[in-house]
Design a protein around this ligand. Structure first.
Ligand SMILES: *Cc1c(COP(=O)(O)O)cnc(C)c1O
Length: 515
C-alpha cells in the first residue's frame, strides 16, 4: 500500500491509499502512455503535441491515444509470453480482446503487430474484417451467438469460434456442415476460478452465464432421463459431441477467469484445472487436444494505489505451472493462447475534459465510511469540479465503482492541493468521473483536466445519455494527431430519430384534437 505520506493537507475524507502530491506537476509514469510529459510551460504534451492545441482543434471531451504506446504494449505481451513459453510449446498466440477498444485503425495496428484479435459480436467481427485482418487470426466469443454471426464467422474461415454451450456445439457444427465447411472450435470451460486484483476464489460449481462446467451435475438431467452421458460434466459431453461432429475441428479448451488481475495464482490454478481436463479427454478419447487458451484479465494501474505485475513476470509464473503440470500428467504441452484487452488498450489513452463550475462542500469525516467515531462537529472541505462529459464517456465509475485519477493539464498548478471530486454534467448525482483526487485549489472554469488510463472499456461503453454526443478519439503518432473515430454531432443524434410526416395541409396546426 502506498500513500502513507501525511502532510498538513491530508484530508480525513480521502481514502487511505490516496497521498497528497508533493509535486503537483509530476506525472505518475505507470498511469500514462510512455510519450506523455509535462512541458516547461506546465502544459501536458503527448509526443510533443500539447493538449491545449488538441482541445482547440478537436474540442472536449476528447480521447487522446498514443499509437506508439498501443503498439509497444501489444508487442510487449507478444514477446513476453512468447519468450516464457518458447521452450514449452514454441510460443504463445496473443489475441487482443477487441471489446476493450476497437475501431478500424486499431485493428490495423493489431494486425501489423502480428497479434490475433478476439471479437464477441458480428459488429466487432465486421470491424476486424474491414481492417483486412485474416480470418485465421480472429476469434469469436459469446454465450448467445446468433446463427448469422456464426455463419459470418464460418464464411470468414475464423481461426477459432469459442463455443459456450452444448446447444452451440450442435448449432455451429450443423451450420458448418450446411456450408460445406468445418468450423475451428475451442470450448469455453468454467474452471471454478474467479480472480480479481489480489484475490481469487476457487469453487467447484459455477453460477454464471458463461461456459461449460467441469463439474458433474447432481440430480436428474434437464430432461429427467438417464443416458450414456449421465455422470459426465457438460464440458466432457461437449468434447464428446464436438469430436464426432463432422462440422467441427476441435482445437482445444478456453477459460477467462476475471479482469483487472494483478497476481498470477488465479491463472495458474485455472491452467492446472484445464490441463487436468485435457488429460481426462486423452484418457477417454485417445486424443490430445492441441490448444489451451487462458483468456485475458491482466490488470493495469488506474490510480497510484495500483501496482500490477509486469506481463513478463506473470508469463514466467504461468509457464512454470503449465510446464510442471504437463510433466505430472504426461501431457504434451498444448499451444497456449491469451486474450489481453485492458492491459494493451487501457494505459494508452487519456480523456481530456474542460472544467466548468466548481463548489466546495464541508463534510464531516464519518461520511467517509470510517469506522473510527469522528467528531462530527469538525468538517472538512471537498471540492467539486464539474467537467463537460461524465458517465456517457466513462461509465466505469458508475457501473463498477471504478477509481480513476486526474491532473490539471493546461497549465502549471498555481495553488495548494485540495481534496477534489471530478464530476460530469449528467442529471445524476452518481455521475462521478474521479471520486477522490487532490487537485490544485485554483482549478476552475476553462482549465483542461486529463484523466489517464481511459483506453479500455470507456469509449466502447459510451452512450448518448442526456443526448450528449459521443466524443472523438484521436491517435497521436510522430508528433501529429489524427482522428480515428470522429465525434458525434447533433445531426448524428437525429439520424435515427424518425420524424413524423409533414402536416397534410398548411392550416393544420399539428394538434389533431382541436382540428
Ligand atoms: C473481456 C474478455 C477478455 C479481455 O479481458 P481484459 O480484462 O480486457 O484483458 C478476454 N477474453 C474474454 C473471453 C473476455 O470476455
Amino acid at each position: 500500500m502506498t500513500g502513507t505520506a501525511v502532510t498538513p493537507h491530508a484530508s480525513p475524507l480521502a481514502p487511505d491509499w490516496l497521498s497528497v502530491p508533493e509535486d503537483q506537476a509530476r506525472l505518475d509514469a505507470k498511469l500514462w502512455a510512455e510519450d506523455v510529459e509535462r512541458g516547461p510551460d506546465g502544459v501536458l504534451r503527448i509526443d510533443g503535441v500539447s493538449v491545449t492545441e488538441l482541445a482547440e482543434q478537436y474540442g472536449t471531451p476528447l480521447f487522446v491515444m498514443s499509437e506508439r504506446d498501443f503498439r509497444a504494449r501489444a508487442a510487449m505481451f507478444r514477446d513476453a509470453f512468447d519468450d516464457a513459453f518458447a521452450e514449452l510449446c514454441g510460443g504463445v498466440d496473443v489475441f487482443y480482446a477487441g471489446k476493450s477498444f476497437l475501431c478500424t485503425e486499431v485493428a490495423h495496428w493489431v494486425r501489423e503487430e502480428g497479434l490475433g484479435l478476439d471479437t464477441c459480436s458480428g459488429g466487432e467481427l465486421a470491424v476486424a474484417l474491414r481492417a483486412g485482418m485474416p480470418g485465421s487470426r480472429l476469434g469469436l466469443h459469446g454465450n448467445n451467438k446468433s446463427a448469422a454471426e456464426i455463419v459470418r464467422a464460418i464464411d470468414a474461415g475464423l481461426g477459432r469460434i469459442v463455443v459456450d454451450s452444448l446447444q452451440e456445439v450442435a448449432l455451429v457444427g450443423d451450420l458448418a456442415v450446411e456450408r460445406g465447411r468445418q468450423a475451428n472450435v475451442m470450448l469455453r470451460l468454467t474452471p471454478g476460478v474467479h480472480a480479481h486484483t489480489h484475490e481469487f476464489i476457487a469453487t467447484a460449481h459455477e453460477d454464471q452465464k458463461f461456459g461449460l462446467s467441469l463439474t458433474t451435475e447432481q440430480g436428474p438431467g434437464q430432461d429427467g432421463t438417464q443416458d450414456d452421458d449421465a455422470g459426465s460434466s457438460p464440458a466432457a459431453r461437449a468434447v464428446a459431441d464436438a469430436l464426432v461432429h463432422p462440422g467441427i475441428n476441435l482445437l482445444g479448451v478456453h477459460c477467462h477467469i476475471g479482469s483487472q488481475i494483478f497476481e498470477p495464482e488465479g491463472f495458474e490454478l485455472a491452467a492446472q484445472r484445464l490441463l487436468a481436463f485435457l488429460a481426462e479427454v486423452r484418457d477417454r478419447h485417445g486424443v490430445e487436444l492441441p490448444e489451451l487458451d487462458l483468456g485475458g484479465g491482466y490488470g493495469i494501474a488506474y490510480t497510484e494505489a495500483d501496482e500490477p505485475r509486469p506481463a513478463a513476470e506473470i508469463a514466467r509464473a504461468m509457464a512454470g505451472v503449465v510446464g510442471s503440470t504437463c510433466r505430472e500428467l504426461g501431457l504434451t504441452v498444448p499451444r497456449i493462447s491469451i486474450e489481453p484487452g485492458r492491459a494493451i488498450a487501457g494505459p494508452t489513452t487519456f480523456t481530456l475534459y474542460t472544467a466548468g463550475t466548481t463548489k466546495t462542500v464541508r463534510v464531516d469525516a464519518s461520511a467517509n465510511g470510517s469506522e473510527v467515531v469522528q467528531d462530527t462537529s469538525v468538517t472538512h472541505p471537498r471540492r467539486y469540479v464539474s467537467v463537460d462529459g461524465g458517465m456517457s464517456d466513462n461509465a466505469r465509475p458508475v457501473l463498477y465503482g471504478a477509481d480513476y485519477s486526474a491532473v490539471l493539464a493546461s497549465r502549471a498548478p498555481g495553488a495548494d492541493p485540495v481534496l477534489s471530486r471530478v464530476v460530469g454534467k449528467h442529471c445524476e448525482s452518481g455521475d462521478i468521473v474521479v471520486r477522490d483526487v487532490y487537485l490544485p485549489e485554483d482549478t476552475g472554469a476553462g482549465d483542461l483536466l486529463a484523466v489517464p488510463a481511459t483506453g479500455a472499456y470507456c469509449w466502447v461503453l459510451s452512450s448518448n445519455y442526456n443526448y450528449l454526443t459521443r466524443p472523438p478519439v484521436v491517435a497521436v503518432a510522430d508528433g501529429a494527431a489524427r482522428l480515428i473515430l470522429r465525434g458525434e454531432t447533433e445531426e448524428d443524434l437525429f439520424r435515427r430519430d424518425v420524424q413524423r410526416a409533414p402536416a397534410a395541409s398548411s392550416t393544420d396546426t399539428g394538434d389533431t384534437r382541436t382540428a
